[in-house]
Design a protein around this ligand. Sequence first.
Ligand code: SF4
Length: 366
Amino acid sequence: GQCAAVCPTGAIIIKNDSHRLWKELNQEDTIAVAQVAPAVRVAVAKEFGYNGENVMGKIVAALRRIGFNYIFDTSTAADLTVMEESKEFADRLANGGKLPLFTSCCPAWIKYAENEYPEILPNISTCRSPMQMFASVINEKFKGEGKKILSVAVMPCTAKKGEAARDEFKDENGKPLVDFVITTQELIMMIKEAGIVFNEIEPEAVDMPFGTMTGAGVIFGVTGGVTEAVIRRVSTDKSLASLRNLAFEGVRGFEGIKELEVPLGDKAIKVCVVNGLRNVEVIMNRMKAGEHFDLIEVMACPNGCIGGAGQPKATIDEKKERSVNLYNADKLCTLKRSEENPLMDKLYEGILKGREHELLHVSYVK
Ligand code: SF4
């Protein structure tokens, strides 16, 4: 059966899905596929006596012991999101489309907009979140193999459980494309339940054929990351120095509202990065008073997904450490820009060919 776990913010009772998941794993007729979101990798180690360091390799190894056949990194699909969202943004800029463009990867923000600001829904990007984009790609890849696909997403987020259950994200038979969303806390529990000695487990790499990602995809886990990744993609000056300037210029950092102007061709675009839903109201009021923005990133959780409600509780210093470790992971990536991910061309020429709209986009407009 199911059991309930209390959300660390104390606000809601969330469902714990790990018990149900155990029953579905290690079945002959099932291909079990896991994807792991960026913010998870910097929030697991503390539980096992380390600091907030990036333990993605150990998480991959643990998931394999737990019974997954394929393990992928949601950063890979974040690259896909950057490709699609940049295209959409450039298109809206060039053709007088609805601006500002709001990001769409946070399901708690989508729900909030649906309830509080339905008039803004046409401004929200039609891109599915990285989790749902990956779920589509995984489904297309494995559905011809004659086995049941068990598609699991390990997320820092409790709202992702609701996203996975939305009607928009079901296959032609009405089955959700993501079968289970497991929070970071539930993953930690499963690692313990499996009797894995986390400190001793050797790191492993994620699997092919979706085994490449860029730094742009990894920084999705922290507030400002989506914006930085999109700007890396669309900005005309592609040098590393310009990327660094951008970082210092204010897209990074924990402030609830960050604003910057980014030169794009002969114009400057106005960008805003918001975290925490209370700050959304501030920006909405400013827009009602006549202010213009071109691109607005919204993450419902203070500090972005590193501070998600599915993560182990953390102090502000610990959250900072998580963000530093994600930026360090970006630094260590040879590839910084989503279009440099060699998998992108392969996907666009293969699984996605002529089906980008069907597999990667969604409309929340009623
Ligand atoms: Fe989930 Fe919070 Fe990230 Fe939104 S910001 S996707 S609610 S963890």
